[in-house]
Design a protein around this ligand. Structure first.
Ligand SMILES: *[C@@H]1O[C@H](CO)[C@@H](O)[C@H](O)[C@H]1NC(C)=O
Ligand SMILES: *[C@@H]1O[C@H](CO)[C@@H](O)[C@H](O)[C@H]1NC(C)=O
Length: 267
């Protein structure tokens, strides 16, 4: 990698950070957000070629006076550059409607100027949190009629939650039998969300909704929080009752208060 002193790679989402070109800067987004991967050089690049790639192989955006053919299916229709900023050396791109599968290392290459910049993108899944026993609604939606499409929900990339095809459930793990429903009347609006009823702690995990033929995968993290109110705990050797449940405290842990008369302690 060759670096000129005046060139820098700048990426923005929540602020601006400078990269020295060696350690890739990390940009975080939640699935569905737009993420801007910024790449600057101190030169007018209106007539230059720039190439954005993911993980050194997938073509994200190839530009030379216009978008060149060869863009990977995964990014079709989702990437744009800042046309009016090219004269200021800005080869930034915006990836819209990000997916967890967009996470990876991106390089911005200006081959004729012998410049390459690196950015790491981390897209976190949407988080759905429910109390044990309640119903959980897992979102999956695109702007397209999916009435005749196949959609495939999986848990942790191995268990079949729901494989929908023309109104039939084709495959389903025992764990979910009789507990999963989709919204038939919403398929024409592109809504392939499902609802899992009577949630169990073991339902917690990463769920993917695959619209196979449309090359779209959505990821949702489900956190089922146990109802711990009446459980007992021990405080300084004495049996006590858990009195407070604060599931909002952290992502996957709950903060409990163990109470014996007037003594409080957190476990
Ligand atoms: C993301 O980008 C798309 C396409 O440019 C735009 O229509 C949409 O409003 C943007 N969404 C957000 C949340 O900024
Ligand atoms: C999809 O349908 C579900 C179930 O009715 C609803 O909760 C959700 O908001 C819908 N999603 C969108 C983006 O409309």
């Amino acid at each position: 990698m060759q670096l000129l002193p005046l060139s820098l790679c700048l990426l923005t989402l929540t602020g601006s950070t400078f990269s020295d070109g060696n350690v890739p800067e990390i940009i975080r987004a939640t699935e569905g957000d737009n993420a801007t991967l910024t790449c600057y050089i101190n030169k007018n690049i209106e007539s230059e070629r720039f190439e954005w790639k993911k993980d050194g192989k997938k073509d994200v955006y190839l530009y030379e006076g216009g978008l060149l053919p060869g863009q990977d299916e995964q990014f079709r229709g989702r990437v744009s550059h800042f046309d009016h900023e090219l004269k200021n050396g800005d080869a930034s791109i915006t990836i819209s409607d990000t997916k967890v599968s967009d996470s990876g290392v991106y390089t911005c290459d200006l081959p004729n100027l012998h410049q390459t910049f690196t950015v790491r993108l981390v897209v976190d899944p949407v988080i759905v949190r429910v109390k044990e026993g309640r119903d959980a609604s897992l979102p999956c939606k695109i702007n397209k009629d999916i009435w005749i499409e196949q959609f495939y929900w999986m848990k942790d990339r191995k268990k079949d939650v729901y494989l929908y095809y023309e109104g039939l459930v084709l495959r389903q793990d025992e764990q979910f039998r009789g507990r999963v429903s989709y919204f038939n009347h919403l398929l024409r609006n592109g809504n392939a969300s499902i609802s899992i009823s009577d949630t169990k702690l073991s339902d917690s995990g990463f769920y993917t909704c695959d619209l196979t033929n449309l090359h779209q995968t959505f990821t949702v993290r489900l956190l089922v929080v146990g109802e711990l109110k009446d459980r007992s705990c021990e405080l300084q050797g004495r049996a006590a009752k858990v009195s407070t449940l604060r599931p909002e405290q952290t992502e996957d842990k709950v903060l409990l208060e163990c109470k014996v008369s007037d003594v409080f302690s957190r476990i």
